[in-house]
Design a protein around this ligand. Structure first.
Ligand code: F6R
Length: 617
């Protein structure tokens, strides 16, 4: 969602802040802004709607250069609109009426209407339609009766309801920069005679990998040489910095046209990495969980998987698999729904939180609530430095590498493979699978990278299918069993990047409503892999065909002659174990979405309205 970068030090401030924003660009935004203060304390501030390049070319035209060896401080922001459309006026930073305070904000202030009315009644006027402007004007108002800036920030936080990470400068607080965190990520970077502030360490890791992850309810005061943290009650918090790995953060398309395409091609290596780390030979035990984490799965009353979007779809594959191999009852819940339910979670519950970013607001809140009720939380994430990872009892790294395209591809596949490994390890521990079944699954898991590579080597058919159906306005994706979630994932991919309306269903649901939609303008993508429900899938396809729908089969192995007439197009995928088939079946769906989006000229890596990390509700 929104991005924050802040700096205090002697480096050229404008390129530093803009380059920081550029590293956050992939996460999705609709406008950007920058502000800095130099030795004369003159505020330079620029805001532009649209791409960061708009802001960059505007600022570049000024030919601004720092005075050598002089300290500057500045803040910059990419905005993903929540209140007010993406215009220059609504872009951050926002300033106080007296021009002293400059502020950027990630998150949502839920009581902003009430605060706005209160401030208006006091004579303040608003230049934007954002919730953020209420924060800066409220702070200005508080500072009329509170001269201590940290105390003023504490009073400010006591009035704000919602999620927020703030970056603040005040002309009167010379040489200082402030950060505030409440349910939105904020990290500070420690340099040599310079300090950084960011909503994600990605934005600052080029300069320092010594960081402090602020906790909710904390305020930081930065100078070029140090930091001072207090909680919202004014109590000092002593926190040492930690060192994070810098290597994951490199943004490189490696010659591919888009990150999404590169990330689809990364998938065999992602799976190989996971398997080489956690599954040596076919008869060796799986080691995805360490001993204490594995012990949690010995006899839980219930397991609940929570996640959103693609992570939720991965969770559903995990549920089917874990139930099948480990014989444990597993529920899967959309985190945004779960957090508002009066759930039966207790100390005998294991929560498996799945999140690529580890920062998704709904999933994070769900796990916090479950922890409060005594549950143990295992987080499966691509970001072991994330808030979710830091707040969990155990963390499993999916090791997918930085996923830059907003549309999740390799992280989905990595999550599914992690859930396979987790299921197998728990099955091994509980003795719920026969040795030969275990060995067979492990053996077939190991074939997946090479099988995916054969698909990556020849994408002609899926390319042709994409061209043929790319101008349709609707598409239906169907599957059964473990490929029901795959169908939902295929539909989600298509929606996200091509904006074509698509829905994923269990084929069993077709007759309960969606079949009414079928005609020559509603193609169906059907996943057919070997297993007890294969014939049922064929019947569903025939029923669709009888309603004039064109049927695109994603089919494992060769198609029998009698079934072939049912399909208008066939995309062949390698044959694997029924339970592992989602990993191969999803790949052509990712390509289908990618090629259609590219064909339609869409912004593949940064689809409209979407953000990579959804840090607000
Ligand atoms: C889909 C997609 C989103 C995310 C969802 C959860 O391509 O990217 O649906 O899967 O926002 O995000 P994480 O996994 O970061 O919690």
């Amino acid at each position: 969602m929104c991005g924050i970068v802040g700096y205090i030090g002697k480096k050229p401030i404008v390129p530093l802040l803009l380059n920081g924003l550029q590293t956050l660009e992939y996460r999705g935004y609709d406008s950007a802004g920058i502000a800095w203060l130099g030795p004369e304390n003159d505020l330079c501030m620029f805001k532009k709607e649209g791409k960061l390049s708009n802001l960059r070319s505007h600022v570049d035209a000024l030919h601004f250069h720092n005075d050598d060896a002089v300290e500057y401080r500045g803040i910059a922001h990419t905005r993903w609109a929540t209140h007010g459309s993406p215009t220059d006026e609504n872009a951050h930073p926002h300033t106080s009426a007296d021009g002293n305070i400059v502020l950027i904000h990630n998150g949502i202030i839920e009581n902003y209407t009430e605060l706005r009315d209160e401030l208006k009644a006091k004579g303040y006027s608003f230049k934007s339609s954002t919730d953020t402007e209420t924060i800066v004007l409220l702070l200005e108002d508080i500072l009329k009766t509170e001269t201590n800036f940290l105390k003023a920030l504490q009073r400010l936080t006591s009035r704000l309801v919602g999620a927020y990470a703030l970056g603040i400068m005040d002309k009167r607080q010379m040489g200082k920069l402030y950060g505030v965190r409440n349910f939105a990520p904020l990290v500070l970077g420690v340099g040599d005679g310079e300090m950084f502030l960011a909503s994600d360490s990605v934005a600052i890791v080029e300069h320092t990998n010594e960081v402090v992850f602020l906790k909710d309810g904390q305020i930081v005061e930065l100078t070029a040489t140090g930091y001072h943290i207090e909680d919202f009650a004014g109590k000092q918090v002593i926190t040492d910095s930690e060192t994070i790995a810098a290597s994951q953060m490199i943004l490189d398309k490696k010659g591919f046209r888009h990150f999404m395409l590169k990330e689809i091609y990364d998938q065999p290596d992602v799976i190989r990495r996971l398997l080489s780390e956690h599954l040596k030979g076919d008869t060796d035990p799986v080691s995805i969980l360490d001993k204490p984490a594995l012990a949690l799965f010995k006899n839980p009353k219930r397991i609940v998987i929570v996640g959103c979007g693609s992570s939720l779809n991965a969770g559903l594959v995990g549920k089917y698999f874990m139930e099948a191999v480990a014989r444990i009852d597993v529920n899967v819940e959309s985190a945004g729904e779960y957090r508002y339910r009066d759930t039966l979670v207790d100390e005998d519950t294991i929560i498996i939180a799945i999140s690529q970013s580890g920062e998704t607001a709904d999933t994070l809140t769900a796990i916090r609530q479950c922890k409060e009720k005594g549950a143990k939380v295992v987080t499966v994430t691509n970001r072991v430095d994330s808030t979710m990872a830091r707040e969990s009892d155990a963390v499993v790294n999916v090791h997918a590498g930085l996923e830059v395209s907003v549309c999740a591809t390799k992280s989905f596949v990595a999550q599914v493979v992690v859930l396979y490994l987790l299921g197998l390890q728990v099955a091994e521990d509980r003795g719920t699978l026969k040795a030969n079944e275990l060995e067979n699954l492990k053996h077939q898991l190991k074939q997946l990278p090479t099988q995916i590579e054969t698909m990556l080597a020849n994408t002609d058919t899926v390319h042709t299918v994409a061209k043929k159906y790319g101008s349709k306005e609707n598409m239906l994706f169907i599957g059964r069993s473990m490929n029901y979630p795959t169908a939902m994932e295929g539909a989600l991919k298509l929606k996200e990047v091509s904006y074509i309306h698509a829905e994923g269903y269990s084929a069993s649901e077709l007759k309960h409503g969606p079949i009414a939609m079928l005609d020559q303008d509603m193609p169906i993508v059907a996943v057919l892999t070997p297993g007890p429900l294969y014939e049922k899938m064929i019947s569903s396809c025939q029923e669709a065909k009888a309603r004039d729908a064109q049927v695109i089969a994603i089919h494992a192995g060769p198609v029998q002659q009698e079934a072939a007439d049912t399909f208008d197009d066939i995309i062949t995928v390698p044959t694997t174990h029924e339970w592992l088939s989602p990993v191969v079946a999803v790949v052509p769906m990712q390509f289908l979405a990618y090629y259609i989006a590219e064909h339609l000229g869409k912004d593949v890596d940064q689809p409209r309205n979407l953000a990579k990390s959804v840090t607000v509700e």
